[in-house]
Design a binder for this molecule. Sequence first.
Ligand code: AMP
Ligand code: ZN
Length: 113
Amino acid sequence: MSCIFCKIANQEIPSELVYENDNIAAFKDLNPQAPVHILVVPKKHIGSINEIKEENKSIIADIFEAIPIITKQEGINDSGYRVISNCGENGCQSVEHIHFHILGGKKLSETLS
Ligand code: AMP
Ligand code: ZN
């Protein structure tokens, strides 16, 4: 498997891991766009939001259950943050393993597009 986020999530290559459990991992983005920029990924490969289905939907729930734990840990839970998942070409997805960006630590842009 050549997927970089599979390797990071399963700790075959190093990252700045901030949280993990049996199903998911969260690590600092290599090229942060905000003072806090964390990526949350499933340990099992899912390509994008387009591949979410009955069989894997509980992993997505696990990710969203972990997000407030991670944001508390990173000190941005009260100040607020943004969660983004880019999908496909127009969404500018550059890594084809589903991931959720958590951005915070500053007032973010009001525009999304
Ligand atoms: P996206 O453009 O939504 O697919 O986001 C991919 C993100 O992965 C970008 O923000 C990259 O900076 C980040 N990224 C790529 N490789 C690594 C890596 N090895 N460790 C941490 N973040 C990475
Ligand atoms: Zn993968």
